[in-house]
Design a protein around this ligand. Structure first.
Ligand code: GLC
Length: 754
């Protein structure tokens, strides 16, 4: 027996001895005495994650190391005649068995960023859990504290459902308004996306579980996602999508990064040396592990050597690239050095130690979930993410009590819509609108049983009638006989698909007919992102409610009745037409499945409002836009430069309206003489609750990268010396207060000091 095996035998013997003598605790589990720590020195919590990892890694055999670098799908996969192994949480996304001999727990992986999702092919009942509103709704709150709180809630439900890895953290910039997964992501701006998604990841990981951040990188459309090459210049990527990841990761230290399906400048993201080794692990010094997306691995040696650490859901790949055979061969022929296998394991183990997974074993204890408390959390998030886009003549908020109200369409009598695909959380009480949408993935369309109709009826004093909206004439008649009409329109979106911005199912005609019959028409849009509104001029008010989650009906009613201010602000630009987009025609549309194609992101870092500024286009609604039920004035904008060159902006906002409300003062900055990808960039913001007449001052230090361009040749950020303009206001196109400041300029490396 070689000395490694001898050591393994001895440590097991010592542990076994310690355990047999250990007293039992109240729960009947053996209290592992201190001696056991000696037997497993890596369980000494006084040591660093690095030290504990080294102690554990040296105990592992090569075969054991091979078991940690690939995962199983946690649900049946009929097309491949696959059944998950014992030990999985049925209906889950993934599972990596543990190593009992060494006390390494299994890794139970659940989707996703909205809550504990269940795979559709589960052979057991759906896990019914609390759903946050769509990621884009959380970002639309511009409230990091809410994002963190929501993350903490879904992370707790994940832990109590027996999961220690949550596949959340969708931070891809919204480059393509038609992208079917925009609802899972959040913003077109790297600062807003990075801060908001970073906050959610921190919340999730506060439960001693690992969160991912995904999908790294440039996974900006679903059409051809498995094969397309996202092509972009490095400087443009560094100042946009990569910056969103960088900011989010600095703020949340996600245990794992999920590499994307698509190619990036020709190479698949999960075997892309530039993305994984040069930027992520090199420049950014990332110590966690890179897991693949499910079906995103295309090689053994190339993927391993270019930075992939764990193959997820291997059954979705053409081969088991990191399975014992192929990886074993690569190790044997030296195409994958043993040191790389060690590093893959080191990264995984370190994350398990760093995020408390090793010291806090999970168990299935879903009976402990406090759903009532969690409903309040998802409702708070949803209502602060609802954006009031139009409110003619102060039609909203409605006064409680006697109005004859027509509520029309959108299955508002049954529930609220959610997005499709792997992130779908099946809500408690089941799907109140079964049988809609695609039979297979990413369908069916799932609603949450929290009907807006009931929430409105509870406030309207009983004079509310509902019409399904399937017949615009009938709906218009009901509207004509009512004091006002509330029309719900739905645009379902989902993973693996992209969607037109035009509302489906004749809903535009429905809204036009109702608005013609009654000018006091309020439209509530449930969508995964921007939509066109040909009826906008005809209606009195419009709310963007996104997919509002498990308490969405209540959230919508609370905003409509002014129980809370309308305080959401758009995290994405709503275009007036497709012609305003960098790519009016969606690349890859209509190509046979599997046909490779390129998407050239020639706009580089000029994403969203930056593109519109650069081109001088007027959007339907601007980035950062959203009305409140009160009004705010902005003043006293100041820009100061510290001795260390840091730019700090400050200003004040006053509630000049009659009622309390929440302001989102936004600060933008840009070089007075141009030279960037666009005239300005978001430099910071605050979310402030203000009573009528109250004022508040706020101060925002500006991240130097937001003042810089990226010098690829020198791998440095460069702040050009000179005059810079600063704006303060309510959206990217409503910036009444300006000032200027001189920056000394400077350079700093893209390589983070460890
Ligand atoms: C999906 C998604 C990814 C998800 C994973 C597991 O295809 O791209 O976001 O976490 O597979 O379901």
């Amino acid at each position: 027996m070689n000395n490694r095996k001898m050591r393994a035998f001895m440590s097991t013997l010592m542990l076994a001895t310690a355990m047999t003598m250990a007293p039992l605790n109240a729960a009947g589990n053996p209290v592992v005495a201190a001696t056991a720590t000696l037997a497993r020195p890596w369980m000494d919590t006084s040591l660093s994650a690095e030290a504990r990892t080294d102690l554990l890694l040296r105990e592992m055999t090569v075969d054991e190391k091979k078991t940690l670098v690939y995962g199983y799908f946690g649900s049946p996969f009929k097309e491949r005649n696959y059944a998950p192994p014992a030990g999985v949480r049925m209906g889950s996304a993934g599972y990596i068995p543990g190593i009992e001999r060494l006390g390494i727990p299994a890794q139970w992986q659940t989707d996703a960023g909205l809550g504990v999702a269940t795979q559709r092919d589960s052979t057991e009942p759906m896990r019914e859990r609390t759903s946050l509103p769509a990621g884009i709704a959380t970002v639309a709150t511009w409230n990091p504290a809410l994002a963190r709180q929501g993350g903490a809630m879904i992370g707790k439900e994940a832990r109590l459902s027996g999961f220690n890895v949550m596949l959340a953290g969708g931070v891809n910039l919204v480059r393509e308004p038609r992208n079917g997964r925009n609802f899972e992501y959040g913003a077109e701006d790297p600062l807003l996306a990075g801060i908001m998604v970073g906050a959610q990841i921190s919340g999730i990981q506060s439960n001693n579980i690992i969160s991912t951040i995904k999908h790294y990188a440039l996974n900006a459309q679903e059409t051809g996602r498995f094969v397309l090459s996202a092509n972009i210049d490095e400087a443009g990527a560094r100042m946009s999508d990569l910056l969103a990841f960088e900011i989010a990761m600095e703020r949340s230290n996600p245990g794992s990064v999920m590499c994307a399906y698509n190619r990036y400048n020709g190479d698949y993201a999960c075997e892309n040396d530039f993305l994984l080794n040069k930027v992520l692990k090199g420049d950014w010094g990332y110590k966690g592990y890179v897991m693949s997306d499910w079906g995103a691995v295309h090689s053994t040696a190339k993927a391993a050597n270019n930075g992939l650490d764990q193959e997820s859901g291997y059954i979705f790949d053409k081969e088991m690239f990191f399975g014992a055979d192929l990886l074993g061969k690569a190790l044997a022929d030296g195409s994958v050095p043993m040191a790389r296998l060690d590093d893959m394991n080191r990264r995984i183990l370190r994350a398990l130690f760093d995020h408390g997974v090793m010291d806090n074993p999970v168990a299935v204890e879903d009976h402990k979930i406090d759903y009532a408390a969690h409903a309040k959390i998802t409702r708070a998030d949803a209502e602060e993410g609802i954006v009031l886009l139009k409110n003619q003549g102060g039609l909203l908020p409605l006064a409680a009590g006697a109005s004859k109200i027509a509520v029309i369409g959108g299955y508002a009598d049954k529930g609220v819509m959610s997005g499709g695909g792997s992130s779908t959380v099946f809500g408690r009480g089941g799907n109140p609108v079964p049988g809609l949408g695609p039979k297979n993935f990413p369908g069916p369309i799932v609603f949450h049983a929290n009907p807006p109709l009931a929430a409105i009826q509870a406030r309207a004093g009983g004079n509310v009638a509902f019409d399904t909206g399937t017949d615009p004439t009938a709906a218009a008649k009901l509207a004509a006989d009512s004091d006002l009409a509330i029309v719900f329109v739905n645009q379902w979106t989902g993973e693996a698909m992209d969607f037109a911005l035009t509302l489906p199912d004749n809903q535009d005609a429905l809204v036009a007919a109702v608005a013609k019959a009654n000018k006091r028409t309020i439209v509530v849009v449930q969508s995964g992102g921007p939509v066109f509104m040909p009826w906008l001029k005809e209606v009195g008010a419009v709310l963007a409610a996104w997919y509002p989650g498990s308490a969405g009906g209540e959230a919508i009613a609370r905003v409509i009745y002014g129980e809370v201010d309308a305080s959401g602000r758009l995290p994405v630009t709503f275009p007036a037409s497709l012609d305003q987009l960098p790519r009016p025609k969606l690349d890859g549309e209509g190509l046979p499945d599997g046909t490779k194609f390129d998407v050239s992101y020639g706009e580089g870092a000029a994403v969203g409002y930056k593109w519109f500024d650069q081109k001088g286009y007027k959007p339907l609604f601007a980035f950062g836009y959203g009305l409140s039920y009160t009004r705010f004035a902005y003043k006293d904008l100041k820009a100061s430069v510290g001795t260390d060159g840091t730019l700090t902006l400050s200003g004040s906002v006053t509630n000049i309206g009659e009622r309390a409300g929440k302001a989102v003062p936004q600060l933008y900055v840009g070089p007075a003489t141009g030279g960037w990808e666009a005239p300005k960039r978001l430099a910071g913001w605050q979310k402030l609750e203000l009573a009528s007449g109250a004022s508040s001052r706020f101060t925002v230090p500006v991240d130097a990268r937001l003042l810089a361009t990226f010098d690829v040749a020198k791998n440095e950020w460069v702040v050009k010396p000179g005059r810079y303009k600063v704006w303060l206001g309510a959206s990217a196109t409503d910036l009444p207060v300006t000032t200027e400041v001189t920056l000394k300029g400077g350079r700093f490396s893209a390589v983070k000091a460890n």
